[in-house]
Ligand binder design. Structure first.
Ligand code: AHM
Ligand code: MG
Length: 334
């Protein structure tokens, strides 16, 4: 960990370079992938920030806006990331929550030794009501030979990730990432267009105040899960009751709990027996971050990072956040 005085301004570029210097063998490719993702995040920020204005500007007769077929933001985010990443020679392929199969690197470009998996705009149903949304990403090493990334490259357990992170488009835009040397948060200063180090070495409290869960699935949960929730809420056992906080945007719920302590749970239920969230685009990257921050992530019966994926869009039950709160889930759900 590099130490910075609280008054020094550290851009994400400087921070990534300083972390890379601790690995003299590094080629710089991973650092460049992170810069490119930061750039894509700035472009998506601009679009998200103006989302609510489209109708107003349109009705005021601004031709350029009215004439444009308004692209859905999640499609825009997906294409922005692909375009920012496909020509750099650092990736062998990508996978996105928005696309069915592997996104290949076009033939005219070189390929590289990493694969990128991402959820371009998570919680996008929240856009219309001005609630935070986010981008989540995961980087794994290419393990097969040949030019292009294959399913085998994409379907690696989360513990093989070499970098992971998310961007939250909230009252500020923040980017949080890890390369396995702690989890670090950067806030976008819109006046200079730079991500500045604001949350070095994030540590999640061992137990937290907030419980993020969609309670309306209660009737569909297994009795073990219902009992677990009663324990969290102090209706059973001797725990201090947790408060419910649920935005319905995973990144926003996760981020709050990461900084302040707490647990996000999306258990399996009768209608979604595998849970809802995606292992590769959502659970793995956030699990890498939470573990780097001293927290834990589990399916209820297994550490998320140890799950062997079998398909790109695989879903998983998820309990993620403060270590002790996740351990309670593991003890009851198993
Ligand atoms: P999405 O990928 O279709 O946006 O769905 C993922 C979102 C998460 O952000 C959020 O945690 C979850 O779905 C909420 O689901 P529910 O409405 O069932 O509580
Ligand atoms: Mg999603």
């Amino acid at each position: 960990m590099v130490n910075h005085t609280p008054t020094s301004v550290v851009t994400i570029e400087r921070f990534i370079i300083e972390q890379e210097r601790q690995h003299p063998e590094a080629s710089g490719d991973l650092s460049n992938i992170l810069y490119d993702l930061a750039l894509a995040a700035k472009m998506i920020t601009n679009k998200v920030r103006s989302a609510g204005l489209v109708d107003i500007l349109g009705s005021a007769g601004h031709e350029n806006v009215q004439g444009e077929i308004q692209q859905k933001l999640d499609v825009f985010a997906n294409e922005t990331i692909i375009k920012a990443m496909d020509h750099t020679g650092r990736l062998c392929g990508m996978a996105s929550e928005e696309e069915d199969g592997i996104i290949p690197i076009p033939g005219q470009f070189r390929t590289g030794k990493y694969a990128l998996l991402f959820d371009p705009l998570d919680g996008s149903s929240n856009i219309d009501v001005n609630v935070p949304v986010g981008t989540i990403f995961s980087v794994v090493p290419k393990i097969t030979r040949g030019r292009d990334g294959t399913m085998e490259d994409m379907l690696q357990p989360g513990r093989r990730q070499v970098a992971a992170g998310y961007v939250i488009y909230g009252s500020s835009t923040m980017l949080v990432y890890t390369t396995g040397q702690g989890a670090h948060g950067f806030t976008l200063d819109p006046s200079i267009g730079e991500f500045l180090l604001s949350h070095p070495n994030i540590q999640i409290p061992a137990t937290g105040r907030y419980l993020s869960v969609n309670d309306s699935y209660q009737q569909l949960w297994h009795e073990n899960v219902r009992q677990l929730m009663r324990r969290y809420r102090g209706l059973e056992g001797d725990r201090k009751p947790m408060s419910i906080r649920y935005v319905g945007s995973l990144v926003a719920d996760f981020h709050r709990n990461l900084l302040g302590g707490g647990l996000f749970a999306y258990p399996r239920n009768q209608k979604s027996p595998e849970g809802k969230l995606r292992l590769l685009y959502e659970a793995n990257p956030l699990a890498f971050i939470v573990e780097q921050a001293g927290g834990r992530a589990s399916t209820g019966t297994q550490r998320i990072l140890d799950v062997q994926p079998t398909e790109l869009h695989q879903r998983t039950p998820l309990y993620i956040g403060s270590r002790e709160d996740v351990e309670l889930a593991e003890s009851l759900v198993a």
